[in-house]
Design a protein around this ligand. Structure first.
Ligand code: MN
Ligand code: MN
Length: 376
């Protein structure tokens, strides 16, 4: 805190009720009334940068980090991790609202400034260059345009060498987002570790090829990601139907049902998921549908499915996966703030991003590469 100009607090000099008398005395001393001095508002106060302030003060960026949308700026700063918003939910099958996800996730946290991960023993923002690169240029009610502009935004950010962490938005955004990462990483390949109650491998949602039940099939059919480089964790409930599972088996997807986590424990299943993720691709895109977490903990989502993971299991899994694989990009999707209670879902999503960032910071502190500049 800043030193006070005097030992005495200005209020001490003008006990309650004396403000008017003080103002009159000051007015008598100078031509101007001097209300600031009279009220004690002329003392020195320390001021803080936006980053150091609570996130409800100042700009609405992720963790109050700098808002850097200009690609030249991202290059110049050698950004390690860039948050990207994909505020789009026109492809949902049931409850909407995920368009409000990016803003809610950015704000749903109650620390400020440079933080210290107790889990990983690292101060991530002291090690990594992390910025908020802003949102894709979305307008409502136009799926094709939204997907094109999400693709372009993620592509231009990843092209600077930064690892994008994309805040959805419904899960359809993974199709353009992971496609952009796959393209930037060429001729290398990416795999996807996908946390979700749902496989999202339908051919179509009521005839719509770009719905939020279809992105994983589009990624595989287009050749952006090989089917056998998909690892899904947390599937449960009553979807997809048998024919979709047959398609998944034909295309070599690896998947772990929630029942497997119940029987073997999350750590053993994540051990297998990491081994499978490392079996083939050069780098991993991590896609986290927040509905993988039980709706008792994460109610603010479009298609909740009871019986999911615990928050602590998901956050631990993210730390372990990002520590073990080369992370090419990440998204956190299906957070629907209008269905949330007390921000619980948004806070989990915020921490999902932060756990990945912290795990990347540990790598950078150990001298390992985090950025990926295409063509180098
Ligand atoms: Mn999903
Ligand atoms: Mn889902």
């Amino acid at each position: 805190m800043a030193e006070r100009p005097d030992d005495a607090h200005p209020d001490d000099a003008h006990p309650e009720g004396d403000a008017a008398r003080g103002a009159a005395r000051d007015a008598g001393r100078s031509a101007e009334p001097g209300f600031a001095a009279a009220n004690g508002w002329d003392r020195e106060y320390e001021t803080f940068s936006d980053f150091e302030l609570p996130t409800y003060v100042g700009p609405t960026t992720f963790m109050n980090l700098p808002w850097v949308t200009d690609v030249t700026d991202l290059h110049a700063r050698a950004v390690d991790v860039a948050i990207v918003g994909a505020p789009f939910d026109d492809a949902v099958s049931h409850r909407p609202g995920a368009r409000f996800g990016p803003r809610a996730i950015r704000e749903a946290q109650y620390t400020s400034g440079s933080i210290n991960s107790l889990q990983l023993g690292v101060e991530p923002f002291e090690i990594l260059q992390v910025v908020d690169a802003g949102d894709a240029n979305i307008v409502p009610a136009w799926i094709e345009r939204a997907h094109a502009l999400i693709y372009r935004k993620v592509h231009e950010v990843a092209n600077t060498g930064a690892i994008p962490i994309v805040l959805g938005g419904d899960h359809s955004i993974t199709w353009p987002s992971a496609t952009a990462i796959a393209e930037v990483r060429r001729p290398g390949s990416i795999g996807i570790v996908h946390f979700d109650a749902h496989a999202d491998t339908a051919n179509d949602d009521w005839g719509v090829l770009s719905g939020h039940g279809t992105p994983m099939r589009r990624l595989i059919e287009s050749g952006a990601v090989d089917g056998r480089n998909f690892v899904q964790v947390g599937l449960r409930g009553y979807w997809p139907p048998v024919d979709v599972f047959e398609w998944m088996q034909e295309h070599g997807l690896r998947y772990h049902f929630m029942t497997e986590i119940e029987e073997r424990g999350a750590d053993a299943v994540i051990d297998d998921a990491i081994a499978e993720a490392l079996d083939g691709p050069d780098a991993i895109y991590l896609s986290v549908d927040i509905d993988v977490v039980d709706p008792g903990l994460a109610p603010g989502t479009g298609t909740p499915e009871p019986g999911g993971m615990l928050t602590r299991e998901l956050l631990r899994a993210i730390r372990r996966i990002v520590s073990a694989v080369e992370l090419a990009g990440m998204d956190i999707v299906e957070v629907s703030p209008p269905y949330d209670h007390a921000e619980t879902t948004s806070m989990i999503a915020n921490r999902a991003a932060l756990e990945a960032i912290s795990a990347l910071a540990v790598k950078k502190a150990a001298g390992r590469a985090v950025r990926f500049v295409p063509g180098t």
